[in-house]
Ligand binder design. Structure first.
Ligand code: SAJ
Length: 429
């Protein structure tokens, strides 16, 4: 048991979401005494009953069998030797980073300080947050990093809904203020994760890793989204081109155009780097252009719908439009930054009547199933590539006289829909 070379075994995880809860369960599975702290009473009740509030196979399987003390009482921090901060790091309406959840979590640790604790921030933060925000909060209370406590950063890499990669096997990077803090953090993560735990030169480099990973993904998606707009004009099928380019066995990495970039990471993390670099006098023009392109895709999707309706002399105003999907990505129940809500808002602005169906959000759906949505629609926009939507039989659209389908995730077979007399339009195809 790798745990033996870790000098402590009581772990407190602050924030029991899609990052903190799997971490808590995995730490318990590896023999640590685990306390989970969250402000959401309902969530705590569910967890105490061994029920996962999150749709995740790993949690459904393991939460009922582990010993996990879940509470809303921050005093639990004082009983812990290791404290892991797993709270959200969103952006506000103007895309400015909102570090208030991190500040709140750190303040609770300062209030319940225990000498010698290892504090690890897992939340995605920009370079400089640990040195410029977190450490000063401890210093203000008279606690010295590397002496009274140890501070490290280990950016979370959870990929919701991924059947292969999860908290048990995803490699991690760790950075700290000092060697002792780094060693403590390396020992802990090597005790719970069977994958590479890579030591970074400093905490600032560790903070930069995650925002770089996700900015990399954002700019690559923006690249293919711009291609989609250009190829729409040139009558080129962008999905076919990317598939062709993917036959190159080296130095090409496929990304796919879509109706928008949602989620808690990709559309958010670049702003953390953009805003912090600005304070140091650097303007990330390229990252900002990529964000602008990706943010334009929901509107572009509605423009495609508008154009296809015009071609059959139907206005958008007053037409019944069916929306397939709300979640930001396939087969998960997560609305954060979802392009679906932006598509719906834009369609409503044009005076169309909207019906919505997402099997993961029955309460937000206006109909009970796909067939009912088709019955009540004249045209359809698919905005989430849930498995159930990819299996829709094109004959159903013909039966319900659906004239147009806009495939916002390029996940449907164009030819089979066209064979049923349905006008198919994808993003760049
Ligand atoms: N998207 C595209 N085109 C693509 C890929 C994604 O439009 O080629 C859209 C998706 O539809 C979604 C959004 O971007 O709306 C984000 O998709 P995502 O697959 O990146 O899913 P996330 O948000 O769950 O990203 C997570 C991230 N994990 C962490 O931040 C720890 C990200 O780093 C991973 O790269 C990503 O999973 C992944 O690879 O699946």
């Amino acid at each position: 048991m790798k745990k033996n070379n870790v000098s402590t075994n009581r772990v407190c995880i602050i924030g029991l979401g899609y990052v903190g809860l799997p971490l808590a369960v995995q730490s318990a599975l590896k023999g640590f005494e685990v306390f989970g702290l969250d402000m959401d009473k309902e969530k705590i009740k569910k967890i105490q009953a061994g029920k996962s509030p999150i749709e995740e196979e790993f949690l459904h399987k393991n939460l009922p069998i582990v010993k996990l003390t879940a509470t809303t009482d921050e005093k639990i921090i004082k009983q812990s030797d290791i404290v892991l901060v797993c709270v959200p790091t969103p952006v506000d309406k103007l895309f400015f980073p909102d570090l208030s959840p991190v500040r709140g979590a750190v303040a609770s640790i300062v209030r319940n300080f225990k000498k010698g604790q290892l504090i690890v921030i897992e939340s995605t933060i920009n370079p400089g947050v640990c040195e410029e925000i977190v450490e000063p909060m401890f210093a203000e209370a008279g606690f010295k990093v590397g002496k009274d406590y140890f501070l490290a950063h280990c950016p979370e890499r959870i990929n919701p809904g991924d059947p292969k990669w999860n908290v048990t096997n995803i490699p991690r990077v760790v950075g700290s203020f000092d060697k002792q803090g780094l060693d403590k953090a390396l020992n802990f993560y090597r005790a719970i994760i069977d994958a590479e735990i890579f030591p970074m030169k400093s905490i600032r480099e560790a903070e930069a890793v995650k925002v770089v990973e996700n900015s990399f993904r954002d700019i690559n998606i923006a690249f293919v989204n711009e291609l989609a707009k250009s190829f729409d004009k040139m009558g080129i099928d962008v999905k076919d081109v990317i598939t062709g380019a993917s036959t190159k066995p080296f130095s090409f990495m496929a990304h796919w155009p879509s109706c928008g970039v949602g989620g808690h990471c990709i559309p958010v993390d670049p702003y953390y780097l953009i805003e912090r670099a600005k304070l140091s006098g650097f303007d990330h023009e390229f990252l900002k252009i990529a964000r602008k392109i990706n943010n334009s895709m929901p509107l572009y999707t509605v423009e495609l719908l508008h154009e296809e309706l015009n071609k059959i002399k139907k206005p958008l105003n007053g037409t019944k439009i069916g929306i397939l999907g709300l979640s930001y990505k396939a087969n998960v129940d997560d609305l954060r930054e979802t392009p679906a809500l932006k598509v719906i808002e834009e369609i409503k602005k044009h005076g169309a009547k909207v019906e919505i169906f997402d099997p993961y959000f029955p309460k937000m759906s206006t109909v009970k199933n796909i067939e009912e949505l088709l019955k009540k629609s004249e045209a359809v926009v698919l905005v989430t590539d849930h498995k159930a939507f990819k299996e829709i039989d094109p004959k159903l659209l013909k039966k319900h006289k659906i004239k147009i389908i806009i495939d916002g995730k390029n996940c449907l077979d164009k030819i089979t829909f066209e064979k049923q007399g349905v006008i198919y339009k994808g993003i760049g195809r």
